[in-house]
Design a protein. Structure first.
Length: 122
């Protein structure tokens, strides 16, 4: 079931979402100053491409992680979160799209504060 959900997810929006996370990470790497955010963006890109059967767990990064998340929100997080909310709204219109919409809502929450999160198998 996970494989089927992940394939459908990838076809109907996961490809775009994962690519936007990679774009955000690449922009951060190009600015050199944004390198501390790149690993979190690339980790979330992999999760965004193939989310079913995996969960996000929080690890403690302390005040540095809080500062990095705050800056991430200002420079990249808000537009990624907005993207996920718009796609979720479009998917929620159909009954079949509701599980995918729920996953986009989870990704929107992650887009706000991705630093200090790890993706593990469920």
């Amino acid at each position: 079931m996970r494989l089927l959900l992940n394939i459908l997810w990838f076809i109907f929006g996961g490809f775009i979402s994962g690519t936007l996370w990679i774009l955000a990470g690449a922009i951060m790497v190009l600015t050199i100053v944004g390198i501390p955010w790149a690993p979190a963006a690339f980790r979330m890109a992999g999760f965004s491409y193939w989310p079913f059967g995996r969960i996000v767990v929080e690890r403690d990064n302390g005040p540095v992680g809080c500062l990095l998340n705050g800056l991430w929100l200002v420079f990249a997080g808000w537009w990624l979160a907005l993207h996920h909310v718009f796609i979720a709204a479009a998917l929620a219109i159909t009954i079949i799209g509701i599980p995918f919409a729920w996953q986009h809502i989870k990704l929107a929450q992650l887009a706000i504060m991705p630093v200090g999160k790890d993706v593990v198998q469920a």
